[in-house]
Design a binder for this molecule. Structure first.
Ligand code: PBG
Length: 327
């Protein structure tokens, strides 16, 4: 017996042309944000072993790299700094002539149209590697807030379009918004790393950014992987504190959180396809166990399908080139 023809869903997949007009989800180069690691020195492009294809750039190399990203169609970058010196309170995170402000100025000089986002956290800058000031073995929330505010102001003054607090301190979005507004930097956007989970997928990043904690772990401030409702409360709090956009991080193990946030909030949502997620695809691809390009595009498509508007990903340059560059 022939089933009713209405059920022949394969009609929707008959040819490449039909498949392409029926597609529900597309990834565009303008959805992608490329992380960049900047360091001191001159003429340095230093590959990160656990992130094939990703390098740390000295400030004088960051303009050329941004131009390459721009040529590929990438419209935005997210900066992480590796300072020359570290101390207890992460002074170099908020030094006006520090590594990140220098890189921001260089990128804006080389590619004025590039949207420059800067991660705001202390972990790359503190001697103990925690994301805030440590008092009696604990990360002190309220003592950390003004330092994050100072860092955001330093980055915004250097020309950052977006500052992104990633320390998972309570009220960090409000602290940045108030500090920016007091310095008449009302036009700078705040992207909250709102639902940031305590994840094993940050391993390669910590090698790249030299930011692993020297004692303990980050579970006192980052979210437990099992808690989706609490993640939604974190997002709600950040929206209330004035976040212009929010983020879920990592992406793949938390697609349900992205999807629930999409249904609940009408703010733009970014998802961070983190270092470990990238490294897995690269590692399996290099062994010939998966088709790296197809897997990477499937990953990015799934993050968009879940509801993210923007994806921070180490695949940004490659994926933008695969997608045919700027349009
Ligand atoms: C800083 C920060 C981290 C990442 C982004 N910002 C590391 C961490 O929290 O330990 C991880 C990004 C990645 O893995 O790609 N707090």
């Amino acid at each position: 017996m022939t089933p009713p023809s209405a059920l022949r869903l394969r009609r929707l997949r008959g040819t490449e042309a039909v498949r392409s007009i029926m597609s529900e989800t597309t990834v565009d180069p303008s959805d992608l944000i490329a992380p960049i690691f900047v360091r001191y020195g001159r003429g340095l492009v230093e590959p990160v072993a656990s992130l094939p294809g990703v390098s740390r750039y000295s400030v004088d190399e960051v303009g050329a790299y941004s131009a390459r990203l721009s040529d590929a169609g990438v419209r935005a970058v997210l900066l992480f700094g590796i300072p020359e010196t570290k101390d207890e309170t992460g002074t170099q995170a908020y030094a006006e002539d520090g590594i990140v402000p220098s890189a921001i100025r260089e990128i804006k000089r080389a590619v004025p149209s590039m949207i420059v986002m800067a991660d705001v956290c202390l972990c790359e800058y503190t001697s103990h590697g925690h994301c805030g000031v440590v008092r009696g073995g604990q990360v002190d929330n309220d003592e950390t807030l003004p330092l994050l505010g100072k860092a955001a102001v330093a980055y915004a003054k250097a020309g950052a379009d977006v500052v992104a607090p990633s320390a998972m301190m309570d009220f960090q979005v409000r602290a940045l918004r108030e500090a920016l507004d007091e310095s008449r930097l009302q036009r700078t956007l705040v992207m909250g790393y709102s639902a940031k989970f305590a994840s094993s997928f940050y391993g390669p990043f910590r090698e790249a950014a030299c930011s692993a904690p020297s004692f303990g772990d980050r579970r006192g401030y980052q979210m437990p992987p099992g808690n989706a409702r609490e993640a939604l409360r974190e997002i709600e709090a950040d929206v209330g504190e004035g976040a212009d956009l929010v983020m879920v991080k990592p992406a793949l193990p938390y697609l349900d959180v992205i999807s629930r946030a999409r249904e609940r909030f009408d703010v733009p949502i970014a998802a961070y396809n983190v270092s470990g997620e990238y490294a897995m695809v690269k590692a399996a691809g290099s062994k010939g166990w998966i088709d790296e390009k197809a897997a990477a595009m499937e990953v990015l498509t799934s993050i968009k399908r879940a509801g993210a508007d923007l994806i921070i990903t180490y695949f940004a340059e490659e994926a933008a080139s695969w997608l045919g560059g700027s349009r």
